[in-house]
Design a protein. Sequence first.
Length: 220
Amino acid sequence: MGVTPESVQALLASESYGDRLTGLNQLREVEPQRALGLIQPILSDENVRVRYAAVSQLATLGEENRSETMATLLRLLEEDKELDIKAAAADALGALHCAEAYPQLEATYQASNDWVLQLSIIAALGELGNPAGFGLLETALGSETELVRTAAITALGELGDERAIALIVPLATDGDWQLRSRVAQALGNFNSNETAKLALQTLANDESEQVAQIAKAGLS
């Protein structure tokens, strides 16, 4: 028997969280507009795994009603007690390019000491495309958490603000090749800028083959 909206709804209403997770997986086979309606009750599910899976699906389903989905994600970002759910909400806001969500994302970042949540917010800022995020990304470059710093480099490249070049270029000589690879990737977004181009030319001769390849691709 094939997957139908009715069969998925029955799974989502089950007392078994395993059934509800199965229902969420099968929800991908349901027409998006119908699926968005079916997922709404699960966003407040008592089981964290189920709730997380539901929030994560909003990154794609939310396109069916972007304004309502953004309001839901912002509520979860503010009110949910689980940091993983807040992080998933930030990820989805980025995927949906909700530039209007920036003020609350910034406030959440500043109020949190959790690096996983901060990482999700910083990664989302590049996707948002909101120029207001530049200052927070500059702050994140000074984070004590390496993953937050590298996410900030990538996001600065995605944001496309040329003020980022002066922040990123000095990191081209960092001892960590993975960070240098992020620098090369970010600078590729500014390859028409002479300063960025010179840094990419240097990185194209990096001792790490992966860094060198990314830099060469950025130059082309």
